[in-house]
Design a binder for this molecule. Structure first.
Ligand code: GAP
Length: 513
Protein backbone atom coordinates (compact mmCIF):
# COMPACT_ATOMS: atom_id res chain seq x y z
CA UNK A 1 0.00 0.00 0.00
CA UNK A 2 1.13 3.50 -0.80
CA UNK A 3 2.38 5.47 2.20
CA UNK A 4 0.62 8.65 3.31
CA UNK A 5 3.34 11.08 2.15
CA UNK A 6 3.39 9.52 -1.31
CA UNK A 7 -0.40 9.69 -1.47
CA UNK A 8 -0.40 13.43 -0.72
CA UNK A 9 2.32 13.99 -3.36
CA UNK A 10 0.25 12.05 -5.91
CA UNK A 11 -2.81 14.12 -5.07
CA UNK A 12 -0.90 17.39 -5.50
CA UNK A 13 0.68 16.41 -8.80
CA UNK A 14 -2.53 14.92 -10.22
CA UNK A 15 -4.45 18.06 -9.24
CA UNK A 16 -1.92 20.20 -11.10
CA UNK A 17 -1.51 17.99 -14.17
CA UNK A 18 -5.24 17.86 -14.88
CA UNK A 19 -6.16 21.49 -14.16
CA UNK A 20 -7.69 21.10 -10.72
CA UNK A 21 -5.30 23.14 -8.53
CA UNK A 22 -2.23 25.26 -9.32
CA UNK A 23 0.21 26.92 -6.93
CA UNK A 24 -0.74 30.61 -6.77
CA UNK A 25 1.45 33.07 -8.74
CA UNK A 26 3.47 30.10 -9.92
CA UNK A 27 5.48 32.06 -12.49
CA UNK A 28 6.87 34.04 -9.53
CA UNK A 29 7.68 30.77 -7.71
CA UNK A 30 4.38 30.78 -5.86
CA UNK A 31 3.20 32.20 -2.56
CA UNK A 32 3.38 29.93 0.47
CA UNK A 33 0.19 27.99 1.21
CA UNK A 34 -1.84 29.82 -1.44
CA UNK A 35 -3.46 27.98 -4.33
CA UNK A 36 -5.56 28.71 -7.40
CA UNK A 37 -8.37 26.46 -8.54
CA UNK A 38 -8.04 25.66 -12.23
CA UNK A 39 -10.63 24.97 -14.91
CA UNK A 40 -11.72 21.62 -13.44
CA UNK A 41 -11.04 22.56 -9.82
CA UNK A 42 -13.43 25.47 -9.94
CA UNK A 43 -16.15 23.20 -11.40
CA UNK A 44 -15.67 20.62 -8.65
CA UNK A 45 -15.62 23.37 -6.02
CA UNK A 46 -18.83 24.89 -7.40
CA UNK A 47 -20.51 21.49 -7.37
CA UNK A 48 -19.54 20.92 -3.72
CA UNK A 49 -20.94 24.37 -2.89
CA UNK A 50 -24.14 23.55 -4.74
CA UNK A 51 -24.55 20.25 -2.92
CA UNK A 52 -24.10 22.00 0.44
CA UNK A 53 -26.35 24.95 -0.45
CA UNK A 54 -29.16 22.82 -1.81
CA UNK A 55 -28.97 20.43 1.16
CA UNK A 56 -29.16 23.38 3.57
CA UNK A 57 -31.40 25.94 1.89
CA UNK A 58 -33.48 24.09 -0.70
CA UNK A 59 -34.14 21.05 1.50
CA UNK A 60 -35.01 23.00 4.68
CA UNK A 61 -37.91 25.41 4.58
CA UNK A 62 -36.62 27.08 7.75
CA UNK A 63 -33.10 27.82 6.44
CA UNK A 64 -32.27 30.76 4.17
CA UNK A 65 -28.96 31.89 2.70
CA UNK A 66 -27.13 35.23 2.65
CA UNK A 67 -23.93 36.69 1.18
CA UNK A 68 -22.46 39.26 3.56
CA UNK A 69 -19.43 41.51 2.98
CA UNK A 70 -15.93 40.36 3.88
CA UNK A 71 -15.15 43.74 5.45
CA UNK A 72 -17.09 44.41 8.62
CA UNK A 73 -17.16 47.14 11.24
CA UNK A 74 -14.03 46.68 13.42
CA UNK A 75 -16.13 46.48 16.59
CA UNK A 76 -17.64 43.22 15.28
CA UNK A 77 -14.33 41.52 16.03
CA UNK A 78 -14.00 43.14 19.42
CA UNK A 79 -17.52 41.91 20.28
CA UNK A 80 -16.95 38.40 18.93
CA UNK A 81 -13.80 38.04 21.02
CA UNK A 82 -11.49 37.64 18.04
CA UNK A 83 -9.41 40.74 18.85
CA UNK A 84 -8.64 39.51 22.35
CA UNK A 85 -8.94 35.75 22.15
CA UNK A 86 -8.39 34.51 18.59
CA UNK A 87 -4.89 33.40 19.41
CA UNK A 88 -2.83 30.33 18.84
CA UNK A 89 -0.27 29.23 21.45
CA UNK A 90 2.99 29.08 19.50
CA UNK A 91 6.36 27.55 20.23
CA UNK A 92 9.59 27.72 18.21
CA UNK A 93 12.27 25.10 17.90
CA UNK A 94 15.58 26.88 18.38
CA UNK A 95 17.52 24.51 16.12
CA UNK A 96 15.23 24.20 13.09
CA UNK A 97 13.82 27.75 13.65
CA UNK A 98 10.42 26.22 12.83
CA UNK A 99 7.30 27.52 14.55
CA UNK A 100 4.53 25.20 15.74
CA UNK A 101 1.18 25.40 17.43
CA UNK A 102 1.88 24.04 20.90
CA UNK A 103 -1.55 22.36 21.17
CA UNK A 104 -1.07 20.68 17.78
CA UNK A 105 2.29 19.23 18.88
CA UNK A 106 0.57 17.76 21.94
CA UNK A 107 -2.42 16.48 19.91
CA UNK A 108 0.00 14.75 17.53
CA UNK A 109 1.71 13.12 20.50
CA UNK A 110 -1.69 11.90 21.72
CA UNK A 111 -2.46 10.54 18.25
CA UNK A 112 0.72 8.42 18.40
CA UNK A 113 -0.45 6.90 21.68
CA UNK A 114 -3.86 6.23 20.09
CA UNK A 115 -2.15 4.40 17.25
CA UNK A 116 -0.36 2.21 19.83
CA UNK A 117 -3.76 1.28 21.26
CA UNK A 118 -5.09 0.38 17.81
CA UNK A 119 -1.98 -1.76 17.14
CA UNK A 120 -2.58 -3.63 20.38
CA UNK A 121 -6.22 -4.23 19.36
CA UNK A 122 -5.16 -5.47 15.91
CA UNK A 123 -2.69 -7.85 17.58
CA UNK A 124 -5.49 -9.11 19.83
CA UNK A 125 -7.75 -9.68 16.83
CA UNK A 126 -5.06 -11.77 15.16
CA UNK A 127 -4.34 -13.77 18.31
CA UNK A 128 -7.95 -14.61 19.23
CA UNK A 129 -9.49 -14.83 15.77
CA UNK A 130 -13.28 -15.34 15.76
CA UNK A 131 -13.45 -15.44 19.58
CA UNK A 132 -12.17 -11.89 19.84
CA UNK A 133 -14.38 -9.59 21.93
CA UNK A 134 -13.07 -6.12 21.08
CA UNK A 135 -15.06 -4.22 23.71
CA UNK A 136 -13.89 -6.53 26.48
CA UNK A 137 -10.31 -6.40 25.22
CA UNK A 138 -10.34 -2.59 25.30
CA UNK A 139 -11.69 -2.64 28.85
CA UNK A 140 -9.24 -5.17 30.25
CA UNK A 141 -5.96 -5.27 28.33
CA UNK A 142 -3.28 -3.69 30.58
CA UNK A 143 -1.36 -2.03 27.71
CA UNK A 144 -4.54 -0.50 26.31
CA UNK A 145 -5.63 0.70 29.75
CA UNK A 146 -2.22 2.21 30.50
CA UNK A 147 -2.27 4.17 27.23
CA UNK A 148 -5.88 5.29 27.69
CA UNK A 149 -5.05 6.73 31.10
CA UNK A 150 -1.89 8.34 29.68
CA UNK A 151 -4.05 10.11 27.06
CA UNK A 152 -6.54 11.25 29.67
CA UNK A 153 -3.79 12.67 31.86
CA UNK A 154 -2.26 14.60 28.94
CA UNK A 155 -5.65 15.89 27.79
CA UNK A 156 -6.52 17.04 31.31
CA UNK A 157 -3.23 18.92 31.67
CA UNK A 158 -3.60 20.51 28.25
CA UNK A 159 -7.22 21.52 28.85
CA UNK A 160 -6.37 23.11 32.18
CA UNK A 161 -3.35 24.95 30.78
CA UNK A 162 -5.28 26.33 27.80
CA UNK A 163 -8.38 27.21 29.86
CA UNK A 164 -6.29 29.07 32.43
CA UNK A 165 -4.15 30.72 29.75
CA UNK A 166 -1.19 29.18 31.61
CA UNK A 167 1.33 29.00 28.76
CA UNK A 168 4.17 28.02 31.11
CA UNK A 169 2.29 24.79 31.94
CA UNK A 170 1.81 24.03 28.22
CA UNK A 171 5.56 24.48 27.71
CA UNK A 172 6.19 22.15 30.68
CA UNK A 173 3.84 19.54 29.19
CA UNK A 174 5.82 19.55 25.92
CA UNK A 175 9.05 19.14 27.89
CA UNK A 176 7.61 16.36 30.10
CA UNK A 177 6.30 14.44 27.08
CA UNK A 178 9.77 14.79 25.50
CA UNK A 179 8.22 16.01 22.26
CA UNK A 180 10.88 16.74 19.66
CA UNK A 181 10.82 18.93 16.56
CA UNK A 182 9.79 16.87 13.49
CA UNK A 183 12.44 18.73 11.43
CA UNK A 184 15.54 18.99 13.68
CA UNK A 185 14.65 16.16 16.05
CA UNK A 186 15.77 18.37 18.97
CA UNK A 187 13.87 19.27 22.16
CA UNK A 188 15.35 22.74 22.27
CA UNK A 189 12.16 24.83 22.57
CA UNK A 190 11.40 28.49 23.23
CA UNK A 191 8.66 29.49 25.67
CA UNK A 192 5.02 29.35 24.44
CA UNK A 193 3.52 32.67 23.24
CA UNK A 194 0.11 33.80 22.00
CA UNK A 195 -0.31 35.07 18.41
CA UNK A 196 -3.43 36.70 16.93
CA UNK A 197 -4.58 35.14 13.67
CA UNK A 198 -6.47 38.04 12.08
CA UNK A 199 -5.12 39.93 9.06
CA UNK A 200 -5.58 43.66 9.44
CA UNK A 201 -5.58 46.46 6.90
CA UNK A 202 -6.63 50.11 6.71
CA UNK A 203 -9.86 51.52 5.39
CA UNK A 204 -9.94 54.94 3.71
CA UNK A 205 -7.35 56.80 1.71
CA UNK A 206 -7.01 59.97 3.78
CA UNK A 207 -4.37 59.81 6.50
CA UNK A 208 -5.93 60.12 9.90
CA UNK A 209 -9.27 58.99 8.54
CA UNK A 210 -8.08 55.49 8.23
CA UNK A 211 -9.39 52.85 10.59
CA UNK A 212 -7.96 49.44 11.18
CA UNK A 213 -10.24 46.77 9.82
CA UNK A 214 -9.84 43.02 9.60
CA UNK A 215 -10.29 40.43 6.90
CA UNK A 216 -12.97 38.20 8.42
CA UNK A 217 -11.54 35.05 10.03
CA UNK A 218 -14.96 33.33 9.83
CA UNK A 219 -18.13 33.98 7.86
CA UNK A 220 -20.31 33.43 10.93
CA UNK A 221 -20.22 37.03 12.18
CA UNK A 222 -21.81 38.27 8.93
CA UNK A 223 -24.74 36.02 9.86
CA UNK A 224 -24.97 37.17 13.49
CA UNK A 225 -25.04 40.88 12.65
CA UNK A 226 -27.81 40.20 10.10
CA UNK A 227 -29.84 38.02 12.45
CA UNK A 228 -32.66 40.53 12.93
CA UNK A 229 -32.63 41.76 9.31
CA UNK A 230 -33.21 38.23 8.07
CA UNK A 231 -35.63 37.24 10.81
CA UNK A 232 -37.84 40.28 10.25
CA UNK A 233 -37.66 40.57 6.45
CA UNK A 234 -38.05 36.79 5.99
CA UNK A 235 -40.67 36.44 8.78
CA UNK A 236 -38.61 33.56 10.15
CA UNK A 237 -39.74 31.66 13.24
CA UNK A 238 -37.33 30.10 15.73
CA UNK A 239 -35.96 27.50 15.15
CA UNK A 240 -34.51 28.74 11.87
CA UNK A 241 -31.14 28.86 10.17
CA UNK A 242 -29.05 31.25 8.08
CA UNK A 243 -26.48 29.77 5.72
CA UNK A 244 -23.54 31.41 4.00
CA UNK A 245 -20.62 30.43 1.77
CA UNK A 246 -17.66 32.77 1.54
CA UNK A 247 -13.97 33.53 1.93
CA UNK A 248 -12.28 33.68 5.32
CA UNK A 249 -8.71 34.67 6.17
CA UNK A 250 -6.36 33.60 8.94
CA UNK A 251 -2.71 34.36 9.36
CA UNK A 252 -1.94 30.71 10.05
CA UNK A 253 1.54 30.04 11.34
CA UNK A 254 1.68 26.49 10.23
CA UNK A 255 0.03 26.71 6.82
CA UNK A 256 0.83 23.44 5.09
CA UNK A 257 -0.44 20.14 3.79
CA UNK A 258 -1.63 21.53 0.47
CA UNK A 259 -5.14 23.04 0.67
CA UNK A 260 -5.78 21.63 4.16
CA UNK A 261 -4.59 24.73 6.01
CA UNK A 262 -4.44 27.96 4.05
CA UNK A 263 -4.36 31.66 4.88
CA UNK A 264 -7.17 32.40 2.43
CA UNK A 265 -9.90 29.78 2.31
CA UNK A 266 -13.63 29.33 2.00
CA UNK A 267 -16.16 28.34 4.61
CA UNK A 268 -19.71 27.00 4.32
CA UNK A 269 -21.36 27.95 7.58
CA UNK A 270 -24.89 27.71 8.95
CA UNK A 271 -26.11 29.27 12.18
CA UNK A 272 -29.25 27.66 13.54
CA UNK A 273 -31.16 29.83 16.03
CA UNK A 274 -33.03 27.93 18.74
CA UNK A 275 -34.85 28.46 22.03
CA UNK A 276 -32.55 28.74 25.06
CA UNK A 277 -32.34 25.36 26.77
CA UNK A 278 -33.01 23.43 23.55
CA UNK A 279 -29.53 23.89 22.14
CA UNK A 280 -28.08 20.51 23.10
CA UNK A 281 -30.99 18.66 21.49
CA UNK A 282 -30.37 20.59 18.26
CA UNK A 283 -26.61 20.05 18.59
CA UNK A 284 -27.20 16.27 18.48
CA UNK A 285 -29.66 16.72 15.61
CA UNK A 286 -27.14 18.64 13.48
CA UNK A 287 -24.35 16.17 14.20
CA UNK A 288 -26.52 13.45 12.70
CA UNK A 289 -27.70 15.53 9.73
CA UNK A 290 -24.19 16.59 8.82
CA UNK A 291 -22.73 13.09 8.94
CA UNK A 292 -25.53 11.89 6.69
CA UNK A 293 -24.68 14.66 4.20
CA UNK A 294 -21.07 13.49 4.10
CA UNK A 295 -21.91 9.81 3.86
CA UNK A 296 -24.33 10.28 0.97
CA UNK A 297 -21.24 11.00 -1.14
CA UNK A 298 -20.15 7.40 -0.78
CA UNK A 299 -16.52 8.15 0.09
CA UNK A 300 -16.58 5.34 2.69
CA UNK A 301 -18.13 5.38 6.17
CA UNK A 302 -14.87 4.39 7.85
CA UNK A 303 -13.28 7.61 6.56
CA UNK A 304 -15.23 9.66 9.13
CA UNK A 305 -15.13 9.94 12.89
CA UNK A 306 -16.24 12.41 15.57
CA UNK A 307 -13.75 14.17 17.79
CA UNK A 308 -15.06 16.03 20.84
CA UNK A 309 -13.18 19.24 21.61
CA UNK A 310 -10.96 19.19 24.67
CA UNK A 311 -10.71 22.95 24.87
CA UNK A 312 -13.98 24.66 24.07
CA UNK A 313 -13.73 27.94 22.15
CA UNK A 314 -14.64 31.03 24.14
CA UNK A 315 -18.20 30.97 22.76
CA UNK A 316 -19.15 27.28 22.99
CA UNK A 317 -20.85 24.98 25.53
CA UNK A 318 -20.38 21.86 23.37
CA UNK A 319 -18.31 21.30 20.26
CA UNK A 320 -17.01 18.52 18.08
CA UNK A 321 -15.33 17.99 14.76
CA UNK A 322 -16.21 15.59 12.01
CA UNK A 323 -12.79 14.26 11.12
CA UNK A 324 -11.85 12.73 7.79
CA UNK A 325 -9.10 10.28 6.93
CA UNK A 326 -7.04 12.63 4.71
CA UNK A 327 -3.77 11.50 3.09
CA UNK A 328 -2.09 12.88 6.27
CA UNK A 329 -4.39 10.85 8.58
CA UNK A 330 -7.58 11.75 10.47
CA UNK A 331 -7.99 15.54 10.70
CA UNK A 332 -10.76 18.08 11.20
CA UNK A 333 -13.08 18.51 8.25
CA UNK A 334 -16.11 20.23 9.79
CA UNK A 335 -16.86 21.81 13.15
CA UNK A 336 -20.23 21.59 14.90
CA UNK A 337 -20.52 24.05 17.76
CA UNK A 338 -23.15 24.95 20.30
CA UNK A 339 -22.31 28.66 20.50
CA UNK A 340 -24.88 29.56 23.18
CA UNK A 341 -26.19 33.16 23.02
CA UNK A 342 -22.64 34.47 23.27
CA UNK A 343 -22.35 36.19 19.88
CA UNK A 344 -25.80 37.83 19.78
CA UNK A 345 -25.42 39.06 23.40
CA UNK A 346 -21.97 40.45 22.69
CA UNK A 347 -23.31 42.32 19.65
CA UNK A 348 -26.22 43.64 21.72
CA UNK A 349 -23.76 45.06 24.22
CA UNK A 350 -21.25 46.50 21.76
CA UNK A 351 -23.80 47.89 19.29
CA UNK A 352 -26.27 48.99 21.96
CA UNK A 353 -29.13 47.41 19.97
CA UNK A 354 -31.47 44.61 20.97
CA UNK A 355 -31.02 41.36 19.03
CA UNK A 356 -33.98 39.47 20.42
CA UNK A 357 -36.77 37.35 19.11
CA UNK A 358 -40.38 37.48 20.26
CA UNK A 359 -41.57 33.89 20.55
CA UNK A 360 -45.35 33.97 20.02
CA UNK A 361 -45.85 30.49 21.50
CA UNK A 362 -44.00 31.38 24.69
CA UNK A 363 -45.22 34.99 24.61
CA UNK A 364 -41.68 36.01 25.53
CA UNK A 365 -38.64 37.84 24.17
CA UNK A 366 -35.25 36.14 24.26
CA UNK A 367 -31.82 36.07 22.65
CA UNK A 368 -31.76 32.78 20.74
CA UNK A 369 -29.07 30.17 21.27
CA UNK A 370 -27.10 29.05 18.24
CA UNK A 371 -25.92 25.76 16.80
CA UNK A 372 -23.31 26.26 14.12
CA UNK A 373 -22.16 23.87 11.43
CA UNK A 374 -18.93 25.06 9.83
CA UNK A 375 -17.34 23.24 6.92
CA UNK A 376 -14.15 24.26 5.14
CA UNK A 377 -14.84 24.14 1.41
CA UNK A 378 -11.18 23.57 0.54
CA UNK A 379 -10.90 20.76 3.07
CA UNK A 380 -14.05 19.22 1.64
CA UNK A 381 -12.44 19.47 -1.80
CA UNK A 382 -9.34 17.70 -0.50
CA UNK A 383 -11.43 14.98 1.16
CA UNK A 384 -13.39 14.30 -2.04
CA UNK A 385 -10.40 14.55 -4.36
CA UNK A 386 -7.91 12.51 -2.34
CA UNK A 387 -10.28 9.66 -1.53
CA UNK A 388 -11.47 9.51 -5.16
CA UNK A 389 -7.99 9.26 -6.66
CA UNK A 390 -7.15 5.59 -7.14
CA UNK A 391 -4.53 3.58 -8.98
CA UNK A 392 -6.02 0.41 -10.39
CA UNK A 393 -4.38 -2.68 -11.84
CA UNK A 394 -6.43 -3.95 -14.75
CA UNK A 395 -6.96 -7.52 -15.90
CA UNK A 396 -4.59 -7.10 -18.87
CA UNK A 397 -1.79 -6.10 -16.47
CA UNK A 398 -1.92 -2.39 -17.31
CA UNK A 399 -2.67 0.33 -14.76
CA UNK A 400 -4.99 3.27 -14.73
CA UNK A 401 -5.30 6.42 -12.62
CA UNK A 402 -8.95 6.97 -12.01
CA UNK A 403 -10.66 9.79 -10.17
CA UNK A 404 -13.82 8.13 -8.85
CA UNK A 405 -15.51 11.40 -7.93
CA UNK A 406 -19.12 11.19 -6.76
CA UNK A 407 -20.80 11.54 -10.17
CA UNK A 408 -22.91 14.54 -9.14
CA UNK A 409 -19.75 16.47 -8.20
CA UNK A 410 -17.67 15.61 -11.29
CA UNK A 411 -16.74 18.62 -13.48
CA UNK A 412 -17.82 16.92 -16.71
CA UNK A 413 -20.70 14.47 -16.58
CA UNK A 414 -20.07 12.98 -20.01
CA UNK A 415 -17.43 13.01 -22.73
CA UNK A 416 -18.67 12.51 -26.26
CA UNK A 417 -16.12 11.07 -28.67
CA UNK A 418 -16.27 10.36 -32.39
CA UNK A 419 -14.43 7.12 -33.17
CA UNK A 420 -12.64 8.87 -36.05
CA UNK A 421 -12.34 12.49 -37.18
CA UNK A 422 -14.09 11.84 -40.50
CA UNK A 423 -17.20 10.37 -42.17
CA UNK A 424 -19.52 12.79 -40.36
CA UNK A 425 -18.80 11.29 -36.91
CA UNK A 426 -17.54 14.59 -35.34
CA UNK A 427 -20.71 16.33 -36.57
CA UNK A 428 -22.89 13.57 -35.07
CA UNK A 429 -20.98 13.81 -31.76
CA UNK A 430 -21.54 17.57 -31.62
CA UNK A 431 -25.22 17.07 -32.39
CA UNK A 432 -25.43 14.72 -29.37
CA UNK A 433 -23.67 17.32 -27.19
CA UNK A 434 -26.13 19.97 -28.37
CA UNK A 435 -28.94 17.73 -27.12
CA UNK A 436 -27.31 17.16 -23.73
CA UNK A 437 -25.59 20.42 -22.84
CA UNK A 438 -28.65 22.24 -21.49
CA UNK A 439 -28.74 19.70 -18.66
CA UNK A 440 -25.22 18.32 -18.40
CA UNK A 441 -21.68 19.65 -18.55
CA UNK A 442 -20.23 17.81 -21.58
CA UNK A 443 -16.80 17.51 -23.11
CA UNK A 444 -16.03 16.87 -26.77
CA UNK A 445 -12.86 14.82 -27.29
CA UNK A 446 -11.50 13.61 -30.64
CA UNK A 447 -7.72 13.51 -30.12
CA UNK A 448 -5.74 10.22 -29.76
CA UNK A 449 -6.96 6.63 -29.75
CA UNK A 450 -10.21 5.76 -27.98
CA UNK A 451 -8.20 3.88 -25.32
CA UNK A 452 -6.14 6.98 -24.53
CA UNK A 453 -9.24 9.15 -24.47
CA UNK A 454 -10.89 6.79 -21.96
CA UNK A 455 -7.79 7.03 -19.74
CA UNK A 456 -7.87 10.81 -19.91
CA UNK A 457 -11.54 10.91 -18.90
CA UNK A 458 -10.83 8.41 -16.08
CA UNK A 459 -8.05 10.68 -14.83
CA UNK A 460 -10.28 13.76 -14.72
CA UNK A 461 -13.19 11.84 -13.22
CA UNK A 462 -15.81 11.98 -16.01
CA UNK A 463 -18.43 9.38 -14.99
CA UNK A 464 -19.52 8.51 -18.55
CA UNK A 465 -17.93 8.41 -21.99
CA UNK A 466 -20.07 8.09 -25.10
CA UNK A 467 -18.54 6.85 -28.35
CA UNK A 468 -20.02 7.68 -31.73
CA UNK A 469 -19.19 5.21 -34.52
CA UNK A 470 -20.40 4.32 -38.00
CA UNK A 471 -23.31 2.31 -36.63
CA UNK A 472 -24.51 5.48 -34.88
CA UNK A 473 -25.10 7.06 -38.28
CA UNK A 474 -27.29 4.12 -39.25
CA UNK A 475 -29.37 3.40 -36.14
CA UNK A 476 -28.81 6.33 -33.74
CA UNK A 477 -27.23 4.16 -31.04
CA UNK A 478 -23.99 4.88 -29.16
CA UNK A 479 -21.65 3.06 -26.81
CA UNK A 480 -21.77 4.36 -23.25
CA UNK A 481 -18.88 3.47 -20.94
CA UNK A 482 -19.03 3.63 -17.16
CA UNK A 483 -15.89 5.16 -15.57
CA UNK A 484 -15.94 2.92 -12.49
CA UNK A 485 -16.87 -0.50 -13.89
CA UNK A 486 -15.46 0.21 -17.39
CA UNK A 487 -18.49 -1.70 -18.69
CA UNK A 488 -19.84 -0.66 -22.06
CA UNK A 489 -23.43 -0.71 -23.29
CA UNK A 490 -24.99 0.07 -26.63
CA UNK A 491 -28.04 2.29 -26.18
CA UNK A 492 -30.21 4.63 -28.30
CA UNK A 493 -29.16 8.29 -28.19
CA UNK A 494 -32.65 9.12 -26.94
CA UNK A 495 -31.97 7.14 -23.75
CA UNK A 496 -28.80 9.10 -22.86
CA UNK A 497 -30.43 11.85 -20.74
CA UNK A 498 -32.25 9.28 -18.59
CA UNK A 499 -29.17 7.10 -18.18
CA UNK A 500 -26.97 10.05 -17.17
CA UNK A 501 -29.55 11.82 -15.04
CA UNK A 502 -30.08 8.93 -12.64
CA UNK A 503 -26.45 9.10 -11.60
CA UNK A 504 -25.07 12.57 -12.21
CA UNK A 505 -27.81 14.96 -11.14
CA UNK A 506 -27.56 16.58 -7.71
CA UNK A 507 -30.95 14.99 -7.05
CA UNK A 508 -29.23 11.61 -6.74
CA UNK A 509 -27.40 12.92 -3.65
CA UNK A 510 -30.22 15.01 -2.19
CA UNK A 511 -32.62 12.05 -2.28
CA UNK A 512 -30.43 10.24 0.24
CA UNK A 513 -30.68 12.97 2.88
N1 GAP B 1 -17.19 29.78 12.70
C1 GAP B 1 -16.53 28.73 13.37
C2 GAP B 1 -15.22 28.44 12.81
O1 GAP B 1 -14.71 29.19 12.01
P1 GAP B 1 -13.26 26.72 12.89
O2 GAP B 1 -13.24 25.33 13.49
O3 GAP B 1 -12.19 27.65 13.26
O4 GAP B 1 -14.68 27.28 13.28
C3 GAP B 1 -14.35 25.87 10.69
O5 GAP B 1 -13.31 26.58 11.32
C4 GAP B 1 -13.85 25.08 9.51
O6 GAP B 1 -13.16 25.93 8.61
C5 GAP B 1 -12.84 23.99 9.87
O7 GAP B 1 -13.47 22.81 10.27
C6 GAP B 1 -12.08 23.83 8.57
O8 GAP B 1 -12.79 22.94 7.71
C7 GAP B 1 -12.11 25.22 7.98
N2 GAP B 1 -10.83 25.90 8.21
C8 GAP B 1 -10.44 26.55 9.32
N3 GAP B 1 -9.20 27.08 9.17
C9 GAP B 1 -8.80 26.76 7.91
C10 GAP B 1 -7.63 27.01 7.13
N4 GAP B 1 -6.62 27.74 7.62
N5 GAP B 1 -7.55 26.52 5.87
C11 GAP B 1 -8.59 25.79 5.36
N6 GAP B 1 -9.72 25.53 6.03
C12 GAP B 1 -9.84 26.00 7.29
Amino acid sequence: MENKDDKLKDVISHAKEYGYIFPSSEIYDGLAATYDYGQLGSELKNNIKQYWWKAMVQMHENIVGIDSAIFMHPTVWKASGHVDAFNDPLIDNKDSKKRYRADVLIEEHIEKIRQKIEKEVTKGKKRFGDDFDEAQFRETNPNVLRNVSKIKEIEDRMRKGLDDGDLESIYQLIVDLEISCPISGSKNWTEVRQFNLMFSTELGSVAGDAATIYLRPETAQGIFVNFLNVQKSGRMKVPFGIAQIGKAFRNEIVARQFIFRMREFEQMEMQFFVRPGEELKWYEYWKEVRVKWHQALGLGESNYRFHDHIKLAHYANAACDIEFDFPMGFKELEGIHSRTDFDLKQHEQHAGKKLQYFDPEMNQNYVPYVIETSLGLDRMFLAVFSSSLQQEKLEDGSERSVLKLPAALAPYKVAVMPLTKKDGLPEKAREIIDGLKLDFQCQYDEKDSIGKRYRRQDAIGTPFSVTVDHQTLEDNTVTIRDRDTMEQDRIPIAELPGRLGDRVEMKALLKQL
